[in-house]
Design a protein around this ligand. Sequence first.
Ligand code: GAP
Length: 450
Amino acid sequence: MKNMDEIVNYCKENGFAFPGSLIYGGLANAWDYGPLGVELKNNIQKAWWKKFVQESEYNIGLDSAILMNPQVWVASGHVGGFSDPLMDCKDCQTRHRADHLIEDATNVNPAGWSFAKMEAYIKENNITCPKCGSTNFSEIKEFQLMFKTQQGVISGEGSDIYLRPETAQGIFVNFKNVVRSSRAKMPLGIAQVGKAFRNEITPGNFIFRTREFEQMELEFFCKPDTANEWYNYWKKYCMDWLLNYGMNSEYLCFRDHEPDELSHYSAMTADIEFKFPFGQSELWGIANRTDYDLKAHMKVSKEDLSYFDAYTNEKYVPYVIEPSLGLNRVLLAFLCNSLVNIEGRGDVLMIHPDLAPLKIAILPLQKQQIDLAHDVFKKISKYYMATFESSGNIGKRYKRQDLIGTPYCVTIDFDSLEDNMVTVRDRNTTEQLRIKIDDLLEYFSDKFEL
Ligand code: GAP
């Protein structure tokens, strides 16, 4: 696997991702997706939606607003709960999470401790700054992970409002709307893709952890006594999705959360971890959120969010199984997984054809074939994301398409004007086939699913 510097350079050089606001010196850990990056991101999202909404008999979609009533975050436990205990080293001005300092130095997990208890423990155990070795720490301050802004046009006069730190709450607060309007029966999954924002203290590793990111989340509502069964079902479903899109099974594994690392809402969580170049890390979290969220919203909103099963005459608050995946993070995983060096060919992005940013490249060999090549492009681009490249020798052009993962090249050559045939080159095998222009669409019809 390539190292992170190579992946970041590859992305910058080939238009997958650029540092954000670069002409102003950038903004730390903000990335903009370039022409190929946006295609790849859209394709991953489509592939997820296809499997988790279109092909699932249980799931339907939603697109809720990023800005929500602040009471949502009070009920969910994010106001108050979604914060980190931070302390500064006064000597080298580095910032640390107090709970991490304790855990790293003594292997003791301070979950649930007060700030005063953590400060005292750090002093008593002579825990030092990992950077400079000093014990000269500031007191602990609470660091709010949610971005706060104001709603209202006059600065200072609006009401405080948050950018959502997860898309999930938009689903919980719409549970009743969706059930009523779709007449859905349990079990029922509601899926959503959208932006989330977290004031992360330690963003980094390129697009792995950023402050603005996109999530693809499913909240799967079910009868409480079936939750374990569905938890296992969705774990397998998620893993199968990754493998089906070409992830190397050797890079993936499940890791169950220890009881003391579970989120405040979770009874059980398993992460699918991926072996990133910087180490094995969380890719996809699958949690049993129980009835925590619906009950929390019932309490604060005073709305009844329970479900009545007309067949069994039972009324209950559903449990929720939540597979939650970062779109940007899985995009990074797909790139790390697929960018390989092949002897004699150089770097090739061996990505699944459905995810490939461009599907087909139209390559006229000479100026005389450009008009015909344009006609072919017109025909193909109605159905597939295609590109047109007329400069450079053909070997270099194949290399460039290999590098960005284009599964097929269509070369318009010397004879095409005479016989109306073109050469189709397959990225995976490099095999070349001569095909009638009129048969091209039929040839490609079984090559892609999205
Ligand atoms: N609704 C549950 C939830 O948000 P999470 O484990 O905090 O759970 C779920 O996030 C997924 O979202 C993670 O597994 C990861 O893929 C992605 N994610 C979380 N924070 C991220 C960040 N700062 N940057 C990029 N992706 C992130």
